[in-house]
Ligand binder design. Structure first.
Ligand SMILES: [Zn+2]
Length: 324
């Protein structure tokens, strides 16, 4: 380990001399800003970072020279830092090295986490087909796709759990049984505080998701804008039957007592707010205060108690995947 430490010090010193240390720790939320400016990224969503984030991004990235695979192979001494990690995936080694050189201030754990998620790649450019689609902890995102034919076993929600438009029209909603019963329990607990948490959106099939995405693109919005808000077919958590848009899918929801209540208590019933504010560059989606994902009480509680700053994408590759 002593040898590794010495090598690390030397590499760090060389990198500081070569690249300077003017670039502060880059905000992950700024990365897509940079990537978007490259030529291969027509399908990327727009950066969801703030203007300040974008500015720091261009400062950061302009001071970092392009990394080629030749450069990467010259630095194989640092392989050991990755190989010592339980998160290490041999097939990703070149990507770890390149990403670390691009963002030297990230810790090795952050580099491995982000690369294992796929954040160093354009959205939808390198896709893993999901095979554990029936697991309650399944990770679905812009790098992982559900089979088109996948449809979970679903149960119908009781109408008192469903959004009503005020004129008595109540849409039918379906979820997997585990998510449905947890949602009903959460509804009952919130009702004790005179709150009514209802479902506005639930299960959507592959075909429905495809229609929604194509309709949104054909309505004149840019693909980048659509992708920041709508999943492409096969990439929506709603296809798992484990996701619920609670109350209404606009930011008005944050003004409700129900939102404040489920923000504080949803984990006790196994739900997380899947697309948090400020994490757009990791999740690939704008903040969605209404989108709840059922992951089970154990995971939701562990995230709440021990990993509250992580998105589910990060938690999955750091905690769930190594134990698979
Ligand atoms: Zn949703």
């Amino acid at each position: 380990m002593k040898k590794h430490f010495l090598i690390a010090v030397i590499i760090t010193a060389v990198m500081l001399i070569l690249f300077g240390c003017a670039a502060g720790k880059p905000d992950i939320s700024a990365q897509t800003s940079h990537v978007e400016n490259t030529s291969e990224t027509e399908t990327l969503p727009p950066p969801s970072s703030t203007a300040a984030g974008s500015e720091s991004s261009s400062e950061t990235t302009s001071s970092v020279p392009a990394i080629t695979s030749e450069n990467a192979t010259e630095t194989t001494e640092s392989d050991d830092f990755y190989k010592d990690s339980v998160l290490y995936k041999p097939e990703n080694i070149d990507r770890y090295i390149n990403y670390k050189m691009k963002y030297p201030d990230y810790t090795y754990e952050e580099v491995i986490t982000f690369v294992n998620i796929g954040i160093d790649m354009d959205h939808y450019s390198q896709i893993t087909s999901i095979t554990d689609y029936d697991n309650l902890n399944v990770l679905v995102n812009k790098y992982r796709r559900l089979p088109a034919e996948y449809k979970p076993e679903l149960v119908k929600l009781s109408s008192f759990l469903c959004y009503s438009d005020g004129s008595g029209n109540v849409k039918e909603h379906y979820l997997r049984e585990e998510a449905a019963s947890a949602f009903e329990a959460m509804h009952a607990e919130a009702a004790k505080s005179n709150l009514s948490i209802v479902a506005y959106g639930t299960y959507r099939s592959y075909e429905t998701q495809k229609t929604i995405w194509e309709y949104a693109v054909n309505s004149g919005r840019t693909i980048e804008d659509v992708d920041s808000k709508n999943a492409r077919a096969g990439h929506s958590e709603h296809q798992t039957g484990l996701a619920i848009d609670a109350m209404i899918n606009t930011y008005d929801v944050t003004q409700t007592g129900e939102f404040k209540w489920y923000s504080a208590n949803a984990y006790k019933f196994g739900f997380i707010i899947r697309y948090p504010e400020g994490k757009e560059a990791i999740t690939g989606y704008s903040y969605e205060p209404w989108h709840l994902r059922f992951v089970g009480v154990d995971i939701a509680t562990d995230m709440h108690d021990n990993y509250s700053s992580l998105t589910y994408d990060e938690y999955y590759v750091r905690v769930i995947e190594p134990a698979l």
